[in-house]
Each structure stands twice: as C-alpha cells, then as structure tokens.
Design a protein around this ligand. Sequence first.
Ligand code: MG
Length: 257
Amino acid sequence: MTHKLMMTALLAGSFFMAQAQQKAKPEDTEVWDPAPKVVTPGQVQIAAPSDAVILFDGKNLDKWVMTEDRSKPAQWTVADGVMTVNKKTGNIETKDAFNDYQLHIEWRIPANITGEGQARGNSGIFLASIGKGDDGYELQVLDAYNNKTYVNGMAGSIYKQFVPLANPAKKPGEWQSYDVFWKAPTFNEDGSVKTPARVTVLFNGVLVENNVELLGPTQYIGKPSYKKAHGASPIKLQAHGDKSEPISFRNIWIRPL
Ligand code: MG
C-alpha cells in the first residue's frame, strides 16, 4: 500500500469511527443471553428493625419530594397503605441524602399489567440520585415473570451494567422485595473516582447482585463512567414513561451505615 493510500485508509477509518460514535444506539449496550435461571422465592416481607429510618410506612410521602423541583412535595398517590407511581408528575426522591446503607423496599407490578419488554411495569430505584431525570445508579424494577427483555435491563439488574444472578420474580399482582447493601463511591479532590460504588442486592430474598463494582452512573446509551464527583445522595424512584399501568411500593426503610 502506498503512503497516500494508507493515509486515505486511516482517514476513512477515523471518519467511520467518528460516525459510529455519533450514531451510538441504546441497543448497542443491551445483553440478551444467557437468561438467568428462574428461582421460586420464599418470604419477601421484612419488618423494619428498631434502628431503621422509615422512608414510607403506608401513610404519607412526608419523606419524599419531586426530583425535578425538590421544593415540591412528592405527588404520587397514597392509598390503602401503598404508594403508586404517578407518571404524569415524574420521579420522586428522598428529602434526606445517604452514603452507605442497607435498604429494604417492596414493590408490586399490577395484576392487570399490559405491554411487553421494557414497557411492562418499568420503574426503578436509583441507589443514589445525582441529578434530575434519571441521573443516578438504577436498580431496575420491571415485570420479570415471563417477560422477555435484555437481561442487563431486567428486574434485579443494575441497569445496563450487571445481569442478575437469578430470576426470582413473582407474578404480577404479588408483592416483591429488594434488600440492597450500598457502598457509595468516593472521589479524589480533582473529581476523579477514588473507590467505585459497590452493591449487593437480594431480590425476593435471593442474591442477584454480589458485591458488584459499578462502572459509573447508569447510562442509557454508551458506556458508563464516573464523570462528576458527588457526596451523599437521595434515593430516587422512577416514573417511567411507558404506557403500562403504574406500579406500587410499600414498606420502605433504610439503615444508614
Ligand atoms: Mg427503569
């Protein structure tokens, strides 16, 4: 190959690489196989221990605010001891901020759920909310009972980072739980990451994430990385924009560590 040809080839190569980067798609970071094995779970409900901070006890949303405007009280529905997502109002998050913690949260996909894949009971728990919208580290909430989707986006996944080790999902209409053990990331003075976030998750009492080291906050398109330093952060619940019936939460408590 002549020098000129080689230069042309190199230029063409970098041009196509730049094109590829510009056209990065959500599908690029989906993983579909293999599917985690299905496990029938046991008991899912755990009453709060004496030293827990109660984030939701079925009565009100006093501990929660709107993510888009933290001066506004959370505008989701509370009835019959459960809170239900109001998709029109948006994400909610805790008033308080947390570093390392143990969190228990129960959720229910409605029995009459419709839709498929990511549009079937999608919500999420952002283990640290680091900004508006979906900024943060998402533990996915989704119907995973005979609902095919990419496995790094199914219930129990750290969205688009870690596939759950098993699928212990219950049927729509039944209550399910997450128990989360969160080690917040720490940062150097220059803003670079010092120690990445780590998380262990039990889904309906079954280990699905085993002390995994997060690559950064959740990213819908492209590869995640730590881009900005942050301190203690709220816990955020997602009002996902899909058309399926809204899901509910109950019995949310946390033990800051
Ligand atoms: Mg979600």
